[in-house]
Write a protein that binds this ligand. Structure first.
Ligand code: NDP
Length: 483
């Protein structure tokens, strides 16, 4: 019998109405544990307690809050190897990526620990004589955090850390496919000097407990990362209560490889950007827009590099790409492979389910050639280890193709020309632009977010997060007599 992991509701670890089993996608015989599914009543209890706990937390001194966030961050970093192993075991990313993710999650907490001490307001003279103005930010209240499985610890942390930093309570619904990482992070947070109920973990399906959470009038703000259809549903629910909402969703990121690019660098960036995290990243390089003059040489190196990638168990030494996260995601990926071929793209390599010593959701990384930007495989987020090469004749065509998408999270250019890099940086219609760097991989102290269907609401991360997690108060103060 596998261990049963409980929800953390209103300051208590509690069992749910039912449990779900969590299995390792690298080895389906490995059961990670059973995870409680929260009931509607438990969710309501978490929300009620969050409201009173939030008022208490907001009144904590800033050094006390800072100490809490610093302790969480330090523990995550110190235990990155152990918790990274757990993360890789349940999500399927290679151990180095799992460990790196947990460490990065710790950095979000230590960054926002410092931000606890840097919450400065503004002041101004009034247009009225004898009146002064003080502008400062206050917590929004109870924040619902809904996070995905592809970065189960980091994405949750870049939402939870600023939420707590700016004085809010958090009710967290993680993805049901990666609950073990959620319980591990919750255990760390629950041990801190925080008011009872300030932080709750409510595991359960998105359709059920997630939907109830976003519809609740007890929630003051919702931060969501996931798919576009679910995001649109959350926005529709949020508007019924005029709840503040922030969403990061899919993308169709392009890496443009110019005729003056260092081709070895370009191939390294393309491989890392396309197949890191098994292609299951909102920042993945899923369109490779390549100048005609270097197309054949680039493609030869790209296909050779793709075929050389070692696919394997996430925790085995030497694995460069782990399994796909689930059977459902794998079958959707394979359906895109068929669709790409039907649309007329040429599958140069990979894109097939592969048998491994362990039974898991393995597929080979795939490259489509001779694809056009109007194909479904170049317009829809696949979230798969698949990338498509689109040949273009010049820089202007490359830029136009990069921008011809409904999404707009990241884009990159590989070039040795400062003029082109500068033009691209200024004219690419994405929230993040990279030059001679992968489209995936961002820092924690600067804004993150996109345009179009990729994002909605204020930016995440860095100081920009304050916009979402706080509300502005403008105070007018009169001395009661002329100054
Ligand atoms: P979803 O958008 O369904 O899930 C993201 C989160 O939202 C999960 O915690 C999920 O819970 C929750 N959720 C689902 N439905 C609701 C709802 N009605 N109300 C509130 N919360 C809800 O993504 P999937 O995991 O199903 O992945 C599908 C596709 O979404 C991927 O193939 C990819 O294209 C995209 N995606 C994009 C991500 C990104 O980083 N931008 C991250 C993940 C997915 P639960 O999982 O428990 O149902």
């Amino acid at each position: 019998m596998s261990a049963l992991h409980q929800n953390y509701i209103a300051g208590e670890w509690v069992s749910g109405t039912s449990d779900i089993e969590n299995r390792n996608p690298s080895d389906l015989t490995d059961v990670i544990g059973m995870f409680a599914q929260a009931s509607a009543d438990q969710l309501d209890a978490a929300l009620d307690k969050a409201k009173t706990a939030q008022a208490e937390w907001a009144a904590y001194g800033m050094e006390r809050k800072q100490a809490v966030l610093m302790a969480i961050g330090n523990e995550l970093m110190a235990r990155a190897e152990e918790l990274g192993t757990l993360l890789s075991r349940e999500e399927g990313k290679p151990f180095a990526e799992g460990k790196g993710e947990v460490y990065r999650a710790g950095q979000f907490f230590t960054y926002y620990a410092a931000e606890c001490l840097r919450q400065l307001g503004e002041n101004a003279d009034s247009v009225r004589d004898g009146v002064e103005i003080d502008v400062r930010r206050e917590a929004v209240g109870v924040v619902a955090v809904i996070s995905p499985w592809n970065f189960p610890t980091a994405t949750a942390s870049w939402k939870i850390a600023p939420a707590l930093c700016y004085g809010n309570a958090v009710v967290w619904k993680p993805a049901n496919i990666t609950p073990a990482s959620a319980v591990a992070l919750t255990e760390i947070i629950a041990r801190q000097d925080i008011p009872k109920g300030l932080f709750s973990l409510v595991m359960g399906s998105g359709r059920d407990i997630g939907q109830r959470l976003v519809e609740s009038p007890k929630v003051n703000a919702i931060s969501f990362t996931g798919s576009v259809p679910v995001g649109k549903g959350i926005a529709a629910a949020a508007i019924q209560n005029l709840t503040k909402v922030q969403m990061e969703m899919g993308s169709k990121n392009a890496l443009a490889v110019m005729d003056d690019a260092d081709l070895d660098l370009a191939v390294t960036l393309a491989l890392g950007g396309a197949f890191g995290g098994t292609g299951q990243k909102c920042t993945a390089s899923s369109r490779l827009i390549v100048h005609n003059a270097v197309h054949d040489a680039f493609v030869e190196k790209l296909v050779a590099g793709t075929q050389a990638m070692k696919v394997g168990h996430a925790l085995e030494t030497g694995t460069q790409m782990g399994p796909v996260v689930s059977e459902q995601q794998l079958s959707e990926n394979l359906a895109y492979v068929d669709l790409g071929k039907t649309e007329g793209a040429e599958l140069a390599c990979g894109g097939a389910r592969i048998e491994m010593p362990h039974d898991g959701y393995y597929m080979s990384p795939g490259v489509f050639l001779n694809s056009t930007n109007d194909m479904h495989i170049n317009r829809e987020e696949m979230f798969a280890p698949l990338t498509s090469v689109i040949k273009v004749g010049n820089y202007d065509e490359a830029l136009a193709t990069v921008n011809d998408t409904n999404f707009g999270l990241t884009s990159g250019i590989v070039t040795q020309s400062l003029a082109r890099a500068t033009h691209f940086r200024r004219n690419a219609c994405t929230g993040v632009v990279t030059v001679n760097l992968p489209t995936a991989g961002t820092d924690y102290h600067v804004p993150f977010g996109g345009r179009g269907d990729s994002s909605y609401g204020p930016r995440e991360q860095g100081k920009a997060a304050a916009e979402f997690y706080t509300t502005v108060k403008t105070a007018y103060i009169s001395a009661g007599k002329p100054l």
